[in-house]
Design a binder for this molecule. Structure first.
Ligand code: AMP
Length: 279
């Protein structure tokens, strides 16, 4: 397995593969890899003959008050995980390589209706940063398929929309949320949690499961359902949102129905966690 940090170099590798009719799967990540990322890699391996994992903590998707500096960077450990999963290449550029002219950047701006809700409200400019870096990775690597987790549901909807609107020749494959044995959605940010906070964090999934349970008993009034379930959130958390949207378009829904995205974000101390389910 090679670790490449240079754009020209990875392009050369990809060109060679394409000449040999290899199919290329890309798994974009910010590193600090866990079993959630690994599930994306495993899926990519079954659907592509070559797999590239990109590891890049993308500065332009972090607001000044967020955890860019603190974000865990564990390249050595990540490479072992990738190697164990037969990844062909890790692409790990630095910020100068990706943003040579960082004060004069062309930015991809996803539609307002996809941004003015959920994480878009508190994370100003976040999805511009995400869409821009993903578009850059697609242009550098030209993957046949790219693998994204349902864990970041708004991100997934935004990437799919970008690919559709900009006619990007790549198939987006969504992958289910991987949780620990207690139901906590895996996240690189879980490493910020104390043991006690980790237990309290289980309540996020409890809220979501309660909603699913009520829906399965034919309760479709979303306001009622969300309100009832929200009391299960541990009181150590500050709820940022608990909302329901169409999972593909992120449009408001009249009542709960199949393909409704129920998404939650809440903060404990300085740690902000997100989770979701699709009914
Ligand atoms: P990140 O490194 O946090 O930017 O995540 C990289 C990719 O891994 C994104 O597509 C995430 O949605 C996905 N991902 C992160 N956590 C999980 C998880 N627990 N289960 C499935 N996919 C995940």
């Amino acid at each position: 397995m090679q670790i490449i940090s240079n754009i020209n170099e990875i392009r050369k590798i990809v060109k060679k593969w394409q000449k040999n009719d290899e199919t290329i799967g890309l798994v974009p990540t910010m590193g600090a890899l866990h079993l959630g990322h690994e599930s994306l890699v495993k899926k990519a391996k079954t659907q592509s003959s070559k797999v590239i994992v990109s590891i890049f903590v993308n500065p332009i998707q972090f607001a000044p008050n967020e955890d860019f500096e603190k974000y865990p960077r564990t390249l050595e450990k990540d490479s072992i995980i990738c190697q164990d999963n037969n990844v062909d290449v890790i692409f790990a550029p630095n910020a100068n390589e990706m943003y040579a002219d960082k004060n004069n950047l062309t930015i991809i701006v996803p539609p307002k209706n996809y941004q003015n809700k959920l994480c878009g409200l508190s994370r100003n400019g976040h999805f511009d940063g995400v869409a821009t870096v993903v578009a850059k990775l697609f242009n550098i690597i030209h993957p046949d398929k790219a693998f994204f987790g349902q864990k970041d549901a708004q991100q997934l909807a935004i990437i799919k929309k970008m690919v559709l609107d900009l006619n990007m020749p790549v198939e987006i494959v969504s992958c289910p949320i991987i949780r620990d044995e207690n139901g906590l959605a895996l996240s690189s940010r879980n490493s910020y949690l104390s043991a006690e906070q980790k237990i309290k964090a289980l309540s996020l999934n409890k809220v979501l499961q309660k909603i699913k349970e009520m829906y399965e008993k034919n309760e479709t009034n979303h306001e009622k359902v969300l309100k009832r379930a929200s009391i299960l959130l541990d009181e150590a958390f500050d709820m940022e949102y608990l909302e329901a949207y169409d999972a593909n378009t992120l449009e408001k829904i009249e009542k709960l129905r199949n393909n409704t995205l129920i998404a939650i974000a809440a903060k404990i101390g300085n740690v902000r966690l997100i989770d979701n389910i699709i009914l």
